[in-house]
Ligand binder design. Structure first.
Ligand code: NAP
Length: 307
């Protein structure tokens, strides 16, 4: 049982997620995380991973003992501060892998075969005037995954049947049947497609810089379904403009929801609005896992997916 009004919902949730929340618990709401917390003895915060929780908000509510974030990335939480204060946190790993992998692979196909451009080509009646450019196969490509975690491993499993060769990089070797490469630059040198599936962290910030993009080369493609901060976007824009790489597919950006306007003008980049987990089934599963964590906390049971 989750006591009524013991949970403060911070930020806004899409309708499908709000419906799950309302079905299971009664919360108080604070739509603007920078706003003044409503009065109440809240013990937990429920938030989405795209909403940053400022320390100033937590300081307003000394009764907070848990923050349940709906999403696997938790770069929206002040983790060091929470640890110091003894405030627990949970996320929603695993349940979003299917949706994120399906989007990444869809973006990869569209990037290589230019499906999004082909659609515009037919709609704009270009077809009767000229031939659509010849593109390239996924089959036979070398794919490098930066971040062989839950999503990275599921991506590799799904990509393998397409006849690709997979290698990866990360802080540690994993028990997987793919070649480990020690640095992201070396990985970029060796592959045709660099897929990002690592977390946002001080270590990964702008990890994909000008040097890595040059290593990827003019026939290389970048797919980012991780976080915008992992890519040096200014360097990426130059690489795309100067055709130092063949193209990029981006679901995440340095500045969301207002990506750099120059990106919108480039024809060798495919852009999606951070929709990796945005399917009905996945958003319901994420919401329910975060509420399961809240329930475990209020029932004094072990948290299901602690951070
Ligand atoms: P995960 O299981 O924690 O996997 C992350 C992997 O990245 C781990 O294997 C980790 O290695 C590795 N890693 C850490 N630092 C790295 C570095 N410097 N270079 C390369 N790899 C590094 O997390 P996940 O569930 O797969 O999710 C991965 C990320 O995807 C999330 O953090 C989130 O930001 C992003 N995501 C995006 C969307 C979207 O909507 N686009 C949706 C879901 C998730 P170790 O295990 O050795 O530490």
């Amino acid at each position: 049982m989750i006591p009524v009004n013991s949970v403060l919902q911070v930020g806004s949730f899409p309708e499908i997620m709000q419906a799950e929340i309302d079905r299971r618990i009664q919360t108080a709401r604070l739509p603007d995380p920078k706003g003044i917390a409503p009065a109440g003895q809240f013990e937990a915060i429920l938030v989405r991973s795209n909403t940053t929780v400022p320390i100033q908000l937590i300081e307003q509510i000394p009764s907070i003992k848990l923050i349940a974030t709906c999403g696997v990335g938790y770069d929206n939480l002040p983790i060091d501060y929470l640890k110091k204060q003894g405030i627990k946190a949970t996320n929603t790993p695993g349940v979003l892998n299917d949706a994120v992998c399906e989007l990444a692979i869809g973006m990869l196909f569209s990037l290589l075969r230019r499906i999004h451009d082909a659609d515009q080509f037919v709609r704009n009646a270009e077809w009767s005037k000229r031939v659509f450019p010849i593109t390239t196969n996924l089959s036979g490509k070398k794919i490098g995954i930066a971040g062989m975690g839950r999503i990275g491993q599921d991506l590799a499993k799904r990509l393998h049947p397409f006849g690709v060769q997979i290698s990866y990089t990360g802080p540690s070797k994993k028990n997987v049947p793919y070649q480990f490469v020690s640095t992201v630059k070396e990985l970029a040198e060796q592959v045709d497609v660099l897929l990002l599936a690592c977390p946002a962290s001080p270590e990964t910030e702008k990890m994909i810089n000008a040097e890595v993009l040059r290593a990827l080369g003019p026939k290389g493609y970048l797919v980012n379904i991780a976080r915008g901060s992992v890519v040096d976007e200014a360097a990426l824009i130059i690489a795309l403009q100067q055709k130092l790489i063949a193209g990029a597919a981006l679901d995440v950006f340095e500045n969301e929801p207002n990506p750099a306007s120059v990106l919108l003008t480039l024809d060798n980049v495919l852009l999606t609005p951070h929709i990796g987990s945005a399917t009905i089934e996945t958003r319901q599963a994420m919401t329910n896992l975060s509420i399961d964590n809240l329930e475990a906390f209020f029932n004094q049971q072990p948290l299901l997916t602690p951070i």
